[in-house]
Write a protein that binds this ligand. Structure first.
Ligand code: 5GP
Ligand code: ZN
Length: 115
């Protein structure tokens, strides 16, 4: 399924729920996390609905590569210049809350709220 009408991140992709956008292209949307753990806390999501990292298939390799290589560029643009953390929570034991694949990228001066 490329779009799940009950998925909150699909609604953000569709513009049905507002988000503070950082970057958008044909494959990926990036926006600020609504409850940031760090001074800069963004979420990178594929525009297509993939529920979690556990659902990735070989045809998603380019998409995931694109997402990964975007992170350093976007963090630099957001003024993060002393390192950052990337996290993908997967499934129940991985602590995933929103079942639309997303990569957290967190940075900025410590202390952070969490992590
Ligand atoms: P997970 O635990 O699934 O890896 O993280 C989900 C993240 O999505 C959380 O950090 C949460 O704050 C963020 N989040 C949940 N709903 C929304 C929303 O409607 N807008 C934005 N910008 N972030 C959200
Ligand atoms: Zn979705």
């Amino acid at each position: 399924m490329s779009h799940d009408p009950s998925c909150i991140f699909c609604k953000i992709v569709a513009g049905q729920i507002p988000a503070k956008k950082v970057h958008e292209d044909d494959q990926v949307l990036v926006f600020h996390d609504i409850h940031p753990w760090a001074p800069v806390h963004i979420l990178l999501i594929p525009k297509i609905h993939i529920a979690s990292m556990a659902d990735l298939q070989p045809e998603h390799a380019a998409l995931m590569g694109h997402m990964s290589t975007l992170v350093p560029r976007l963090m630099r643009e957001l003024g993060v210049n002393n390192g950052f953390r990337t996290v993908i929570n997967t499934g129940a034991d991985g602590g995933q809350e929103v079942y639309h694949l997303h990569m957290h990228a967190m940075g900025g001066p410590r202390p952070w709220l969490k992590g």
